[in-house]
Design a protein around this ligand. Structure first.
Ligand code: SF4
Length: 360
């Protein structure tokens, strides 16, 4: 049965059979630290008879979130260290994050901003802070791309979003506006005609990055919401998080990436799980991630390949951490500097090593 409203309280999750009653006290403690929201569309996807359901694992709070490891951090990728004014994160020269809201349709149990998003955490940007953020972007002519993230920017009303898009597109050096969202899968009916119109703005190119981690999230309704965006001429990319028990198998990743491409979404990032508090049970090792990327290379075309990336703790930015397929060596077989190599060793998708000659 489809629910009428979003569930936000562990007692409601228990009442709807989405969490065990015996865990209620612990889940209330988890919910007092980290926001909970399960939309009707997501609740309908959960198989409550499966204790390892990969959708439930992403959205239903668990007692394991109460265990915080020493390496985990409230601001794992260093947003605060790179925030010159409220709402802006300026980590790379040519782009900024603009965080307008701190609410989402759903709250993901692995979220790296879990200490910042949700009711009672940071609040939405005030009008004054928003004006200051725009001033900052105007003053920094090197900013080519503005990435709306947060919180989920598609939680804004179409009217407000249209105003933001217009404000940004009026800044001459801002050529790209990228929107990171989970709404098309978490609450697809929000992608209304008005929302699509709000995103289409003259003066800048708009991209939408969809966050989804399992092919089951791309329901018929979700696919229809994605099609509305793409049919309107808005190109889309994906971002996913590699999550233990959700998508840490080659078959699940293969299906997810094929599904993105079938929906006209180019796979973009597969993030290694960030060191957010209480999320160790959802992280894999980097070695496992690399092995999965190698396996994916053998199973799907380049069109379906995401880049496996790690946000370096503290704020140094993203680095690709996928496996390497190329090594330079001299004629005796030792690795050497790339400028002085005599030949290359290159690994094919089956793991076989081949030699490639140097440029003469
Ligand atoms: S939708 Fe994004 S910002 Fe919101 S909880 Fe999920 S990962 Fe975090």
């Amino acid at each position: 049965m489809k629910l009428a409203t979003t569930l936000r309280d562990p007692a409601e999750l228990v009442a709807h059979g989405l969490a065990p009653a015996v865990d209620l006290a612990d889940l209330k403690e988890v919910a007092s630290r980290y926001a909970v929201a399960v939309t009707p569309d997501i609740a309908a996807l959960i198989d409550s008879n499966d204790p390892a359901d990969p959708i439930a694992r992403q959205f239903i709070p668990s007692m394991e979130e109460l265990s915080v490891e020493g390496s985990e951090n409230a601001d794992p990728i260093g947003d605060h260290a790179h925030s010159p004014v409220a709402g802006i994160v300026h980590r790379y020269p040519d782009r900024v994050l603009l965080k307008l809201v701190h609410v989402c349709a759903v709250y993901c149990r692995f979220c790296f901003r879990r200490e910042m998003v949700g009711p009672g955490k940071d609040s939405a940007l005030s009008d004054t802070a928003y004006a200051a953020a725009l001033d900052y972007i105007r003053a920094h002519k090197e900013i080519w791309e503005v990435i709306l993230t947060g919180g989920d920017p598609l939680m804004l009303s179409p009217r407000r979003l249209a105003q933001v898009m217009t404000d940004l597109a009026r800044i001459e050096h801002v050529r790209i506006i990228r929107i990171h969202t989970r709404v098309p899968v978490a609450d697809p009916s929000r992608i209304s005609d008005d929302m699509v119109s709000a995103l289409k703005v003259a003066g800048a190119t708009v991209w939408v990055a969809l966050h989804a981690n399992h092919a089951r999230e791309l329901t018929a309704k979700a696919r229809a919401s994605v099609a509305r965006l793409v049919d309107a001429g808005i190109p889309m990319v994906s971002q996913s998080v590699l999550l233990h028990g959700v998508n840490d198998s080659a078959a699940v990743l293969e299906e997810l990436m094929r599904t993105f491409v079938e929906c006209r979404i180019k796979p973009y990032y597969l993030h290694h799980g960030d060191l957010a508090p209480g999320t160790a049970h959802l992280r894999t090792t980097l070695g496992k991630g690399q092995a999965l990327m190698r396996a994916l290379r053998g199973r799907v075309s380049g069109l379906c390949q995401p880049e496996y990336v790690l946000d370096i703790p503290g704020g140094a930015g993203k680095s690709p951490v996928g496996p390497s397929y190329l090594a330079a060596e001299n004629s005796s077989g030792n690795e050497r500097d790339a400028d002085t190599e005599t030949r290359y060793r290159i690994v094919d998708y089956c793991g076989e090593v081949h030699l490639y000659p140097p440029k003469s």
